[in-house]
Design a binder for this molecule. Structure first.
Ligand SMILES: Nc1ncnc2c1ncn2[C@@H]1O[C@H](COP(=O)(O)OP(=O)(O)OP(=O)(O)O)[C@@H](O)[C@H]1O
Length: 291
């Protein structure tokens, strides 16, 4: 199973949302990151056949995107905002969607739905109306509906938004299990989600491909550029705009800071190993003069 994207471009009128994007993704969980407006939603909607490319090609498991009927069988999509059937119970909504996906036998549907509700921890709510679910529960139901036809490519947009820490961990495990023999494309602003679930990731910025590869290589590229220091407040006020700041935490009378810098930014500052969040910011700011 492979997703192959070749010279993909999407314009909305005169606005170019994606510009000549090419990359390949194999089985497993793949992170998709980028600041607001980078083109992530556009890319996901293209893959889900909800939009048509302006140019370029996409193949999902050898099936070209133009073959919409076959692609829809292969793809599951959980958008950031999705409307469900508020008046139905959790089970009825799932059953209805399973039926729409062409899962014929009642007992086969029941088996799959019970299994999924168990996995997303909604078994107790199976008779609850969708409109009565909490935000986090709705997210979990959204994931279950995107998985019901056992897609080979599952696209999830900000899936952990609104989940509490325990649910978030549970959810990552669920995606991990589901990704065996499939591709899961995980779009998120939560860099931690990528760090703990993905081996590879793609970063978009202003519609262009900024990075595609292993997470370890991205952090390696920021090595030697992350510095920590303890400063007094006056020095901090004076120097705070000189470097991209990763974090700044008040400590006693001073500040404990973490910044990006090409060379030692302050006397006494020490280098530290980059986290993926540091590496992401380094990538975003690489063209600036600090390096
Ligand atoms: N229907 C549309 N018509 C015109 N421009 C659009 C349309 N949809 C998106 N855009 C523009 O295309 C660019 C990419 O948008 P997109 O929603 O794909 O980004 P994103 O990375 O998903 O952002 P976010 O993280 O904020 O959801 C943005 O500049 C956006 O304003």
């Amino acid at each position: 199973m492979e997703l192959i994207i070749n010279h993909l471009t999407k314009t909305y009128g005169s606005k170019t949302a994606l510009q000549d994007i090419s990359f390949r993704v194999g089985e497993g969980i793949h992170g998709l990151l980028g600041p607001n407006g980078a083109g992530k939603t556009t890319l996901m909607r293209l893959l889900a056949t909800l939009l048509t490319p302006s140019s370029g090609t996409v193949e999902i498991g050898g099936v070209p995107l133009q073959d919409k009927a076959r692609v829809r069988e292969l793809v599951g999509y959980l958008p950031q905002e999705f409307a469900f059937y508020p008046g139905m119970t959790v089970y009825e909504a799932m059953d209805y969607l399973a039926l729409l996906s062409g899962i014929g036998g009642r007992s086969e549907r029941k088996r799959r739905i019970d299994d999924l509700l168990e996995q997303v921890n909604l078994m107790e709510q199976r008779r609850t109306k969708v409109k009565a679910l909490s935000g986090g529960m709705k997210r979990r139901l959204g994931v279950a509906q995107a998985m019901v036809h056992e897609p080979k490519l599952l696209i999830v947009d900000e899936p952990t938004a609104g989940l509490d820490p325990e649910e978030r961990i549970r959810f990552r495990r669920l995606l991990g299990r589901f990704a065996e023999g499939r591709i899961v494309l995980l779009s998120t602003h939560v860099v931690e989600d990528v760090e703990s679930t993905c081996e590879q990731m793609t970063v978009l910025q202003k519609g262009s491909l900024r990075y595609h590869g292993r997470i370890g290589d991205l952090t390696a590229a920021a090595a030697g550029r992350v510095w920590i220091a303890e400063l007094d407040r006056a020095q901090w006020e004076r120097d705070r705009d000189r470097f991209p700041v990763l974090s700044a935490v008040p400590e006693g009378a001073g500040m404990r800071v973490r910044v990006l810098a090409g060379e030692q930014p302050f006397a006494g500052a020490q280098q530290t190993a980059p986290s993926i969040e540091d590496a992401y910011l380094h990538l975003m700011r690489r063209e600036e003069s600090y390096v």
